[in-house]
Design a binder for this molecule. Structure first.
Ligand code: GRF
Length: 192
């Protein structure tokens, strides 16, 4: 992986679809001295993503693409990534699946946060499934993105206990808190 050279931060794009709490957290992290990344572009597949407000708040360029035609969309995204000299991508609640071709172009340079202890519960509704299965533990994972969904090498995980009274909402909240810790820590781990 590209390592931090001198004091130059690695230009990074964050891809989102929803609330953007991880995005906000990564933006705050990126402004710290020990952060190896700067966030230079926010990509969303929907103009309705609440997280887009952080682009305005922190004066970061944002681009919205509808994924009606994946190949065309990815071509357009690549043009923007080139334009802003992006060298690293963080997926943060991004709900679209990127193509094999796209991932190949950024091999080893795309990471994702997933709200489960991978390889358990790939895909959606992780908390519902953990509760339904009466699991004792839940957690989150940061991993490299490969063409196989939620299957790339794990960079960092955090395990938490599921309380008897937890439901999928309370669990999501607890896990999200941990996500905000391990996403920056993972970036430091692989880039510093
Ligand atoms: C997080 O739980 C993340 O792990 C998952 O989607 C959620 C996004 O939350 N992939 P937010 O938009 O960062 O608040």
């Amino acid at each position: 992986m590209t390592k931090l050279i001198g004091s130059k931060k690695i230009k990074t794009a964050v891809f989102i679809s929803g609330t953007g709490s991880n995005l906000k957290n990564l933006i705050k992290f990126s402004k710290k001295r020990n952060s190896p990344i700067s966030i230079d572009l926010i990509v969303s597949n929907s103009s309705k993503s609440k997280g887009l407000k952080y682009a305005d708040q922190f004066k970061i360029k944002k681009k919205i693409f509808n994924f009606d035609h994946v190949t065309n969309t990815e071509r357009k995204i690549l043009i923007q990534l080139n334009k802003y000299e992006i060298n690293f991508i963080c997926l943060a609640g991004f709900m679209k699946i990127l193509s094999k071709n796209f991932i190949k172009k950024f091999k080893g340079k795309i990471i994702n946060i997933h709200p489960s202890l991978l390889p358990k519960y790939k895909g959606l509704n992780t908390h519902e499934r953990a509760i339904k299965n009466k699991d004792k533990f839940a957690g989150c994972s940061v991993h490299y993105v490969t063409e196989k969904l939620d299957s790339g090498k794990i960079i960092m995980q955090k395990k938490i206990k599921i309380a008897n009274k937890d439901n999928s909402y309370s669990l999501a909240k607890k896990v999200l808190k941990q996500e905000h810790k391990i996403y920056p820590a993972s970036i430091i781990k692989i880039l510093n």
